[in-house]
Design a protein around this ligand. Structure first.
Ligand code: NDP
Length: 377
């Protein structure tokens, strides 16, 4: 069956705080953005509880409610949404092409806001059932699955803010929550640590790694095998649930080999913009930020990516990770602003007086194209 073809000025992959903020800005700038939502519409905040650090909500707000507000705001200015899984992308020429099962999507500019997903330990018993006990007592989302652990004894693996948040949340249901951490002190922020230390239902197993999850499909999880990191001594710890909370992996696999990334998979962007190494492709949020990873920073970079996309479509130069500035016509201004390399490969001086001399000699000189649209208000 032939696929439907969609052609848009701005296509945004991802619908978390970064993607939806990019959509709000792009929609308000009249760029009619299309947001492609994957398997977790709204992103990671939809599986969290109270968000106390997003400015503007003095009393805090529930994560799903916050994302609902983002979405409605993006919709108010005409953002289109498509729920689809992207199979392949072709960024070799503009418009870029994204293939889903039912659509071929052409994008004049692309904003990658695909976020990050929970990391797993990669140990026996962890895989989804029927191969392992995933879904039968093993989870990476307390908000999604906590309800199933009423009155049960569970463990949370990890020592960061996510682990503390999950452990604290799970005490609503579980009879006992043991945090298993591979070191003797936590990485989590002090406020989150204090909250967990004060909770009588939470205890800690320090310097311990989970090396196997034990159970059968009929019984679900019945325990874990632990290894003491200092002595190497192994022991069995009885529990009925295991929550893995050891951080996240950026969802950037579909761009591997095309967009420049660090060794973990975070997309590299220019220091002064959200531009990637492919002119016209911008990245924002947890797909490119390995350092801050907050809803507010994701939203901030989403805003930047939309402004960059608009500048690019207006033929204004956008800084690239190399330090060069690149226009929609493919003109590259060198990092020191001394030269401009034209799409055909010709390099000209960026000094008007030098250009004037060159123009006299050749009878021709470079005139930048007119901007196609107005600036964002
Ligand atoms: P972090 O990277 O901060 O922490 C991951 C934790 O898991 C670390 O304690 C780490 O151990 C441990 N870990 C990693 N890999 C393994 C492994 N293979 N085996 C055992 N343990 C492992 O990730 P988080 O998801 O906790 O937090 C990410 C960001 O999100 C942070 O900036 C955090 O502040 C933020 N956040 C904020 C929240 C809030 O404000 N409400 C809630 C949740 C997250 P080690 O310490 O030894 O490296």
């Amino acid at each position: 069956m032939p696929k439907d073809t969609l052609h848009r000025e701005v296509v945004i992959v991802g619908s978390g705080p970064a993607g939806l903020t990019a959509a709000i800005y792009a929609a308000r700038a009249g760029m009619n953005p299309l947001v492609i939502e994957g398997p977790q519409p709204g992103g990671q905040l939809t599986i969290t509880t109270e968000v106390d650090n997003y400015p503007g909500f003095a009393e805090g707000i529930q994560g799903p409610e916050l994302m609902d507000q983002f979405r409605k705001q993006a919709e108010r200015f005409g953002t289109e949404f498509l729920t689809a899984w992207i199979d392949t992308v072709d960024l070799s020429e503009r418009p870029f092409t994204l293939h889903t099962e039912e659509h071929e999507i052409k994008a004049e500019t692309l904003i990658v806001a695909s976020g990050a997903s929970a990391k797993w330990l990669g140990i026996p018993g962890e895989e989804p059932a029927p191969k392992g006990l995933g879904g039968l007592g093993v989870s990476a989302c307390a908000t999604c699955d906590g309800f199933f652990f009423k009155g049960k004894k569970i463990i949370v693996v990890g020592g960061g803010d996510t682990a503390m948040e999950e452990a604290t949340f799970l005490t609503r249901y579980a009879s006992r929550v043991t945090v298993v951490h591979r070191r003797d002190h936590l990485r989590a922020s002090k406020i989150m640590q204090d909250k967990a230390f004060k909770n009588e239902k939470i205890d800690f197993k320090w310097n311990s790694e989970v090396i196997e999850i034990i159970g059968e499909p009929e019984t679900g999880v019945v325990g874990v095998r632990l290894r003491e990191t200092e002595t190497g001594e192994e022991s069995i710890f009885d529990c009925e649930g295991v929550f893995i909370a050891i951080g996240h992996q950026p969802n950037t696999g579909m761009f591997k080999g095309v967009l420049d990334m660090d060794e973990v998979g975070y997309i590299k962007t220019s220091g002064r913009s959200m531009a990637t190494n492919v002119p016209g492709v911008f990245a924002c949020g947890d797909a490119q930020d390995s350092s801050y990873r907050q809803a507010i920073t994701a939203a901030g970079t989403g805003c930047m990516a939309a402004i960059d996309a608009e500048r690019f479509l207006d033929n204004l130069p956008v800084p690239a990770p190399t330090g060069e500035e690149i226009t929609i016509e493919g003109e590259r201004v060198s990092a020191d602003h001394e030269t401009i390399t034209m799409p055909g490969g010709e390099t000209i001086s960026n000094h008007p007086e030098a250009d004037a001399e060159g123009a006299q000699a050749s009878g021709d000189w470079h005139k930048p194209s007119q901007p196609r649209r107005g600036a964002i208000e």
